[in-house]
Design a protein around this ligand. Structure first.
Ligand code: FAD
Length: 427
C-alpha cells in the first residue's frame, strides 16, 4: 500500500452510482488524492436514459440499458445511500428512472463530487507496473480524451473499477436462429413498447428485465410469450402475456420449445438474457479472469487477491446495489489506509472458490447480502446498514413474487418499533 506520509493516489473508473459513492468517501479523506475518469459527459451511468441505442455524440457505443417506461424494481427507500437518505417511503414505493438520476445528481451536488471527475475521458488501458526503486506496485492508466482524441497516461497507487455490469449483452446460441426473418434484439437496446404494436413477441428470460419489459410490451404487442426454463411464475400476469418453456430451436417463424411444444408466427425475438462482466481496459498482467461470469481471483467479491490495491465495485448480483456500494467502498478505503489487514492469500483464495453449482451464479448473494455487508462493516470498523434495508428488502421479495403487476405501487408500512415492515398494495 502507499506511503503513509504521501497522499494515496486513487483512480476511479466510471461515475455511475458506484463511482460517485467511491468519490464521496475518497474526497472526504485528506489522505487520498482522487482522479475520476468518465467516458460520457454526465454522471449517473445506467440511469441516464438515451433515446438512441447505438452510439452517442462521441461515437461511443451507448452504455445505458435504460428504457423509457422503466420504474425501479426495488423500492426507492432502500435505494438510498445510508449517508444521504432523501427518498422516503413514499407511495408508490418504486419510482421512475428520472427520479433516481435526480437523486444521484443531488448526491453529487451535496457532496460536491463533480470537481474530481474528468468527463468525456475513456479509460483505454490499465497496466500493473513495478516501480524499480521502491519495489512498489503502481497502476498505469491510459485514457483518451474523446473530444480531442488526445491520449494521456497517469500513474496511481490504487484503482477502483466502477465501470458497471450492464452494458455487454449476453446472448445464448440458439440452433436455427439464422433462419428467423423477424427482428432480433437484446434488452440493452430496448427503449419503447409502442414500436411493437400488434406484434407477436417472444421474450427470452424471466429475470427482472424479462418480466418488466414483457409487462411493458403487453400494453402494445398482440401477444408476449415469456419463455424461460425456471419454475412457472405464480403471480398474475397480463392476459396477453403467456409463460412458455425455453427455446430448443428455431425454424423461420416457428419456435420449438424445450417441452416439445411449438409456437408459430413470431415477429420479434427479444433477449432478456442478462449481461457479461466486462473490463475491456484491463491488461493481462492485472490478473483478473472471467469465466462464464465468474470473476477471479476476488476476495469478498471485491479485492483483486493478486494485487489488492485494485478493487471492483458492484460484482455481487441479486442485491440492493447502492447501500452495498457504500459498504464495499468504505472497506476498500480502510484497507488502503492500513486500518484493515487482509488475511493470508490462502484464506482469500479459499473465499474466492466457487460455491454454487453454476459459474454464472458465483456472485449471486440474495439473502446472503446482509451478512456480507455486515462482515465488511465489522472488519472495516464502520457502521452497519440500518435495519430498514434488510426488512424492506424481505417485505419487497414477498410482495413482488406474489404480485408482479402491482408490487411497484405498494406502500411501506413500518411497525411502531421499526423492527418489521409490510408492503401494502393500495385498493
Ligand atoms: P453504471 O451505472 O453502469 O455506471 C458505470 C459508469 O462507468 C458509466 O457512467 C460509464 O460511462 C462509465 N464507464 C464505463 N467504462 C468506462 C471507461 N472505460 N472509461 C471511463 N468511464 C467508463 N438497481 C437498483 O438498485 N434498483 C433498480 O430498480 C435497478 N434497475 C435496473 C434496471 C436496469 C435495466 C438495469 C440494467 C440495472 C438496474 N439496476 C437497478 C442496477 C444498476 O445497474 C445499479 O443500481 C447501479 O446503478 C450500477 O451502478 P454502477 O456505477 O456500477 O454502473
Amino acid at each position: 500500500m502507499a506511503d503513509q506520509e504521501e497522499k494515496i493516489k486513487v483512480c476511479v473508473i466510471g461515475a455511475g452510482a458506484a463511482g460517485l459513492c467511491a468519490i464521496r468517501h475518497l474526497a472526504a479523506n485528506a489522505k487520498f488524492e482522487t482522479t475520476v475518469y468518465e467516458q460520457t459527459n454526465e454522471i449517473g451511468g445506467i440511469w441516464v436514459y438515451k433515446e438512441q441505442a447505438d452510439f452517442d455524440e462521441n461515437a461511443l457505443s451507448i452504455h445505458s440499458s435504460m428504457y423509457q417506461n422503466l420504474r425501479t424494481n426495488l423500492p426507492a427507500k432502500i435505494m438510498n445511500f445510508p449517508d444521504y437518505i432523501t427518498m422516503e417511503a413514499q407511495e408508490p414505493c418504486c419510482v421512475s428512472h428520472q427520479e433516481i438520476l435526480k437523486y444521484l445528481e443531488n448526491y453529487t451536488q451535496h457532496f460536491d463530487l463533480c470537481r474530481h471527475i474528468q468527463f468525456n475521458t475513456k479509460v483505454e488501458h490499465v497496466r500493473l507496473e513495478l516501480s524499480e526503486h521502491c519495489n512498489k506496485e503502481k497502476w498505469s492508466v491510459q485514457v483518451k480524451k474523446l473530444k480531442t482524441n488526445e491520449i494521456k497516461m497517469q500513474y496511481f497507487d490504487a484503482i477502483m473499477i466502477c465501470n458497471g455490469h450492464y452494458f455487454d449483452p449476453y446472448v445464448p446460441i440458439i440452433p436455427g436462429i439464422d433462419s428467423f426473418p423477424g427482428l432480433i434484439l437484446h434488452s440493452h437496446v430496448y427503449r419503447k413498447p409502442d414500436e411493437f404494436f400488434g406484434k407477436k413477441v417472444l421474450v427470452l428470460g424471466a429475470a427482472s428485465s424479462g418480466i418488466d419489459i414483457g409487462i411493458d410490451l403487453s400494453n402494445y404487442a398482440a401477444c408476449v410469450y415469456l419463455s424461460h426454463n425456471h419454475d412457472r411464475l405464480t403471480s398474475p400476469l397480463p392476459l396477453n402475456m403467456i409463460q412458455v418453456a425455453g427455446i430448443e430451436n428455431i425454424h423461420e417463424t416457428t419456435f420449438r420449445l424445450r417441452d416439445g411444444t411449438t409456437i408459430d408466427g413470431i415477429n420479434v425475438l427479444l433477449f432478456c438474457t442478462g449481461y457479461k462482466y466486462s473490463f475491456p481496459f484491463l491488461n493481462e498482467n492485472c490478473d483478473i479472469r472471467i469465466d462464464n461470469n465468474y470473476v477471479t481471483p476476488l476476495y469478498k467479491h471485491l479485492i483483486n487477491i493478486k494485487h489488492p490495491s485494485m478493487c471492483i465495485i458492484g460484482i455481487p448480483m441479486a442485491v440492493v446495489p447502492f447501500p452495498m456500494f457504500h459498504m464495499q467502498v468504505q472497506y476498500f478505503l480502510a484497507l488502503l489506509e492500513g486500518r484493515v489487514a487482509l488475511p493470508t492469500k490462502s484464506v482469500m483464495l479459499e473465499d474466492s472458490i466457487l460455491k454454487t453449482p453454476k459459474k454464472r451464479h458465483a456472485h449471486k448473494l440474495m439473502d446472503r447480502q446482509w451478512d456480507y455487508n455486515d462482515s465488511l462493516a465489522t472488519v472495516g470498523g464502520f457502521n452497519r446498514l440500518p435495519l430498514f434495508y434488510k426488512i424492506g428488502y424481505r417485505a419487497w421479495s414477498v410482495q413482488r413474487s406474489a404480485n408482479l403487476l402491482r408490487y411497484k405501487d405498494s406502500k411501506f408500512v413500518f411497525s411502531e418499533d421499526g423492527q418489521s415492515v409490510e408492503l401494502i398494495i393500495p385498493e
